[in-house]
Design a binder for this molecule. Structure first.
Ligand SMILES: [Zn+2]
Length: 360
């Protein structure tokens, strides 16, 4: 049985709108690997605890990731940068070692998943011994006494980790916290502080700083405009207006494609209502969505017309580039070239030799 099924709609979307527009080689700067067995809380045993992301994919092995690309982007070569997806009480060493082994086996670049409690020496050793190119962390690792809306970037990327990143010029994959998202003044203040104090960090704002609706952008792009090497990935962002604002503001050399796989295997179409995003999904496919304001089921008929989240994301970037008068050359930067140069640069500076993905 295939990992997931493609419908006529999916094949049609890919063949008519994406295949020719996308470069032959894609670099995916943001993807997750983990096995279900790594999670300390067994999610499958308690059906009440099953949430919709888990119904999209309970885990994502390296084999499944490679198979996803084969199914979603037939005829293309995809090089993903991989990292873990741990829950707060998991064994981080187990997660990181799976990513390390998989990255070595498949020739993928990778990031080390850090916990803010780790010492600087611990994090530095973890990266170097595992052949990683930087750090990914997550806001749910902030100290438990901090309520979620109050979490700040430094609560999960503490200064002693930033110092290590800066010293080596490593990548920092940042999923920003806070309900204000990209425009949040505290986030902007913290990003600016990091950029000034640690200028050698290759800082990537994941998901365009979670600006999924126009209203999430505010004056952020203006505030961040002095930082002319700040990077953005647009994984899980399928808002063509936001992407157009981004590319118009920062150009085509600082924006990178990411898949956020496996979540973008979901079938959906995203709309914004009063500045909040809603994922429209087929009925019955993702469990009980009562009480989740970001998810809404549509009719069976409309559901049948929905394609993958990842295609919606790529199509949104296509729309944005076309609106700005850009074509395949700029698409190559955004879907491959920018990430390729970034990854190869960090790889060489850190390990003085090319990565395995460069030799394929
Ligand atoms: Zn992610």
């Amino acid at each position: 049985m295939a990992l997931f099924e493609l419908t006529q709609t999916d094949r049609h979307v890919y063949a008519t709108a994406l295949q020719d527009f996308l470069p032959d080689e894609l670099f995916d700067i943001h993807s997750h690997l983990w096995l279900e067995s790594f999670w300390s809380t067994p999610k499958a045993t308690d059906m009440r605890a099953v949430s919709w992301p888990y119904l999209v994919a309970k885990d994502n092995s390296a084999q499944d990731l490679a198979e996803s690309y084969r199914l979603l982007f037939p005829g293309k070569r995809v090089v993903p940068m991989v990292f873990a997806n741990p829950e707060p009480y998991d064994d981080f060493a187990l997660h990181n070692s799976y990513v390390q082994t998989s990255a070595a086996a498949y020739g993928y670049p990778s990031l080390y998943f850090s916990h803010p409690r780790q010492s600087a020496a611990d994090v530095e050793r973890g990266v170097l011994e595992g052949g990683f190119l930087g750090l990914k962390s997550y806001l749910n690792l902030a100290p438990p006494h901090i309520p979620e809306p109050s979490i700040r970037i430094l609560d999960f990327f503490p200064p002693h980790h930033l110092e290590v990143l800066n010293r080596h010029g490593w990548m920092m994959m940042l999923h920003i916290p806070r309900t204000g998202r990209l425009k949040d003044p505290i986030n902007l203040e913290d990003i600016a502080w990091i950029k000034r104090k640690y200028p050698r960090i290759r800082l990537i704002l994941a998901h365009v700083g979670r600006a999924y609706c126009r209203e999430d952008v505010g004056d952020a792009l203006k505030v961040l405009s002095p930082f002319d090497d700040l990077l953005f990935d647009f994984c899980a962002n399928c808002n063509p207006q936001v992407l157009e604002m981004l590319v118009e503001s920062v150009g085509v050399t600082r924006v990178m494609f990411g898949s956020d796989l496996p979540i973008t295997r979901m079938r959906m179409r995203r709309i914004c209502e009063n500045g909040r995003y809603v994922n429209l999904v087929p009925p019955g496919l993702y469990g009980d969505l009562q009480g989740d304001p970001n998810m809404r089921e549509v009719s069976q008929e409309e559901g049948d017309s929905l394609t993958f989240f990842l295609y919606e994301e790529a199509l949104a970037m296509k729309t944005a580039l076309q609106k700005l008068g850009f074509g395949k050359r700029e698409a190559e930067r955004v879907f491959a070239g920018n990430a390729r140069e970034l990854i190869n640069g960090v790889q060489r500076e850190t390990y003085q030799k090319p990565g395995r993905w460069e030799q394929a």
